[in-house]
Design a protein around this ligand. Structure first.
Ligand SMILES: [Zn+2]
Length: 503
């Protein structure tokens, strides 16, 4: 007698309902899984056999066939193991048929224990869309999905629990929903604790307020990493929707099984040896990259020019579109990547060009170092700022702390509110970026500010892209003081944030 159990798997971030059909027929005793199962699913046979055996159930000496439908879809991952085992238990009459509104996800260990699965949050969220009202899942996945109200969650630790209730899932204790508590962003660095660096702090405030990417250039030890970490402290806390969106991506990457829901803005700081796949995502399992893991947070790339050329070029498109599309033989998926990039680099190979210490580089070395960053990549960054080393005198004599992060965060929040209201009136996409035409339409300049911009454009030979970038940054500067028109001061300040090298 054929049995049917429902489960789900992920293709990147996209959940897919899977019907697990199990049947046993006369023939050579064999246990086979069909329906484009990847090697990982194929290996599941051994785990399922052992897990059942440890629950006192032996696979019958018949030809046992497990069919995973739809068959044209490559299935990877181990989320289907619990459903396959349940299908076998039904087939052998050990448990009653499970209801149609019940989704099973879970990976089995050899002793029948349930292990947490990657991507549990997107799977459980999709359960309702699939018309399910009950989800049986590993208890270990609860930290990540325990707040959901859309379906009844019935966590189990061991396959034996399903056997003990004879498949009557209502006897499995439902998990009481726990409301999600969002938290303040985690950082040990407050703006008040950073001595000096007035220009860099100001540039960071503007960058955070307008969600502009920022490039910090300065000698080693000037405090670029500290400034990047402080950026998190002036970002507003995550909203519930943002928290869920971020957790989904982290869940697919397998980062949430211990950490649970991501309740603070992510701060990702991959090492400069990270590859293009590491940064933007990939592999046969279509896993997200650092730029997606930093969604709604900060991606900090220290030693920016030291990243490989291919890795840096791979960032160009996602920085522009705030999305990453990954295509592999196993499928295609998209991940959001709306993060703020903070790049940090030395001004030259030795690190001291333009600082108080003498630079030891030759002109050629300096050129080669700076040319590692291509023009189009630097074009994706709106704010470029020099971070100077703080003098010993300043370190020794500064007693009054600077402005604290809380105050700056309030200004940022107010500016972002103005931007949201303005965006609501536009047809711009939700990533909050205006293109050239829209920038022109929605940024209101005073006449003298317009003259300055035209003059600067001619004198400095600004490209059209640079022109609009200056305008966008000037708009953010105006928003920070809630001014409705852009003035000459805003334009002149914005002009300072252009890259040093290619004007
Ligand atoms: Zn140098």
């Amino acid at each position: 007698m054929l049995t049917r159990v429902l489960s789900a798997t992920l293709i990147g971030l996209k959940p897919q309902l899977i019907e697990v059909e199990v049947d046993a027929i006369q023939g050579t005793p064999q246990f086979i899984i069909i329906g484009l199962a990847s090697k990982a699913v194929d290996e599941a046979k051994e785990r399922i056999t052992a897990a059942l055996l440890n629950c006192g159930v032996r696979i019958k000496a018949r030809r046992t066939i497990v069919n995973l439908a739809p068959a044209d879809l490559q299935k990877s991952g181990s989320t289907l193991e619990l459903a396959i085992a349940a299908g076998l238990l039904q087939l052998y009459g050990e448990i009653a048929p499970l209801p149609d509104n019940c989704l099973l996800v879970g990976e089995l260990s050899l002793d029948g224990e349930l292990k947490p699965v990657r991507g549990c949050l997107p799977l459980v969220l999709a359960a309702k869309e699939f018309g399910m009202t009950e989800v049986i899942l590993p208890t270990a996945n609860l930290p990540e999905v325990g707040f959901l109200e859309s379906v009844t969650l019935r966590p189990i630790r061991n396959l034996r629990q399903l056997l003990d209730v004879g498949g009557n899932i209502t006897k499995l204790t439902p998990h009481p929903t726990q409301p999600l508590k969002l938290a303040k962003n985690k950082t040990n660095t407050d703006f008040a604790s950073i001595i000096g660096q007035v220009a860099a702090k100001r540039a960071l405030e503007i960058a955070v307020a307008g969600n502009h990417n920022i490039h910090l250039v300065g000698p080693p030890g000037a405090g670029k990493s500290m400034l990047a970490q402080a950026a998190i402290s002036i970002l507003p806390p995550l909203s519930l929707d943002e928290s869920i969106a971020v957790t989904m991506i982290h869940s697919v990457a397998g980062l949430t099984t211990q950490a649970g829901v991501v309740i603070t803005r992510p701060f990702r700081a991959p090492h400069h040896t990270t590859t293009a796949v590491g940064l933007t995502g990939g592999s046969t399992q279509l896993l997200p990259g650092e730029i997606s893991l930093a969604h709604h947070g900060v991606l900090f790339l220290d030693e920016f020019p030291e990243f490989s050329r291919t890795a840096l070029e791979a960032l160009r498109q996602p920085l522009e579109t705030k999305m990453v599309t990954i295509t592999r033989s196993t499928g295609t998926t998209q991940y959001p990547a709306n993060c703020m990039l903070i790049a940090a680099s030395n001004p030259c190979l030795c690190g001291y060009w333009g600082s108080s210490k003498p630079c030891r580089c030759t002109l050629r070395e300096r050129d080669r170092y700076q040319n590692k960053l291509s023009g189009p990549l630097l074009d994706r960054i709106d704010v470029h700022v020099r971070v100077g080393a703080v003098s010993h005198k300043q370190l020794a004599t500064t007693t009054k702390p600077g402005e604290c992060s809380k105050k700056i965060r309030e200004r940022v929040a107010a500016a972002r509110k103005i931007q949201r209201n303005r965006l609501a009136k536009t047809s711009a996409t939700t990533n909050g970026d205006l293109d050239g035409k829209e920038t022109k339409q929605y940024c209101r300049l005073r006449d003298d500010a317009k003259d300055i911009l035209v003059l600067a454009g001619e004198k400095l030979g600004l490209s059209a892209r640079s022109h609009f970038k200056v305008l966008k940054v000037a708009q953010t500067i105006a928003d920070l003081t809630a001014e409705s028109v852009i003035t000459t001061e805003h334009i002149t300040e914005a002009l300072q944030y252009r890259p040093e090298q290619n004007g």
